[in-house]
Design a protein around this ligand. Structure first.
Ligand SMILES: Nc1ncnc2c1ncn2[C@@H]1O[C@H](COP(=O)(O)OP(=O)(O)OP(=O)(O)O)[C@@H](O)[C@H]1O
Length: 307
């Protein structure tokens, strides 16, 4: 259920942090999540950012804690602009509203991105997603509720995870998950948070993006006790666009990766084996045509001059 409207968070309102003094001007409402509303804001420095504010709830506090840990890890890795930018409270009308500010992701969900730019983009987008997951796992958490609307891809191809409400400390119990993406749903393992939980969900995400009907049919044909990762492995083998990544999907669905760095390295190796994409092919063709016309021009000039 989405969070209720927050009184006072209207375009033009300046939200000032009570303890750190950060100032953010609300531009528009981006969307409503179960733990709060997300607004597009402008920082005092003039940059765009996303601000999430909501009623006092342990879930919102937990999101901030995960993002703060992730920030430490990102800074250790030399990141100049971590995902979490600020976390504070806004005092308004005698109330104190918790909020946090994060990088604004000008992107679209991964399924829409692939529909727009073509199935070959799964290689690079998958690599970006595995990089994000790997950073989070190294910070001690798993994402937990991985699904297309939580994976945004920017025009540049950059990938960001949004909504850390399902993030869980490694070793804890995943509490926020979504049907198909849940390893336990397919009798493929427990809901104890380990990196394999997210990798399994990413493999299902690939099946969902490329063959939603097949996944739906498979689900409808099985009873809860007869669902198995083997069925998903077989479905993956029938999707032509996923053929290059079949060995990766097989391993992820069976929980065969030691960690996400290994999964990232394997995905990367499979990407390198892909043939150059159509655009690169087309630009090679253009270059050849250009060289051909130069040679023709030189030949014509030579003939004219030698007459
Ligand atoms: N940093 C961000 N940049 C751009 N858009 C964002 C950002 N964070 C969240 N959004 C968008 O804001 C909306 C609400 O996001 P939020 O993460 O709170 O909840 P949700 O994932 O939609 O729902 P729920 O919390 O119920 O799972 C979504 O459309 C999401 O794509």
């Amino acid at each position: 259920m989405a969070a209720p409207d927050l009184p006072g968070f209207t375009p033009g309102t300046v939200v000032t942090g009570a303890s750190q003094g950060g100032q953010y001007t609300i531009q528009s409402l981006i969307g409503r999540g179960s733990n709060g509303n997300v607004y597009l804001v402008r920082t005092a420095g003039g940059q765009q950012a996303a601000l999430k504010a909501g009623p006092e709830k342990p879930e919102l506090k937990a999101e901030v804690e995960v993002l703060a840990e992730l920030k430490k890890h990102e800074l250790d890795r030399g990141s100049r602009r971590p995902f979490l930018l600020d976390a504070d409270r806004f005092k308004t009308d005698g109330r104190s509203v918790p909020f946090y500010v994060m990088k604004f992701v000008r992107g679209v969900p991964i399924d829409a991105y692939i529909r727009k730019y073509g199935y070959r983009q799964i290689g690079a987008a998958g690599l970006g997603l595995l990089d994000r997951l790997s950073g989070l796992h190294q910070a001690g958490f798993i994402f937990g509720d991985l699904k297309p609307c939580h994976v945004l891809v920017e025009e540049s191809g950059g990938v960001e995870l949004v909504d850390y409400g399902g993030a869980t400390s490694i070793g804890g119990n995943v509490k926020q998950y979504s049907g198909w993406y849940d390893r336990k749903y397919w009798n493929a393992g427990s809901r104890t948070a380990d990196p394999g939980y997210d990798l399994f969900a990413f493999a299902v995400l690939c099946l969902h993006v490329f063959d939603e009907r097949g996944l739906r049919r498979l689900d409808a044909a099985l009873l809860p006790q007869t669902r198995s990762p083997e069925d998903l492995v077989q479905l993956a083998g029938k999707i032509p666009a996923l053929r290059p990544f079949e060995p990766w999907l097989d391993r992820a669905l069976r929980g065969g990766f030691v960690n996400s760095r290994e999964a990232h390295a394997y995905w990367n190796a499979l990407c390198r084996r892909l043939p150059a994409d159509g655009r690169k092919g087309a630009s090679k063709l253009l270059a050849a045509a250009f060289c051909g016309s130069l040679l023709l021009l030189a030949a014509v000039l030579y003939t004219v001059l030698s007459l």
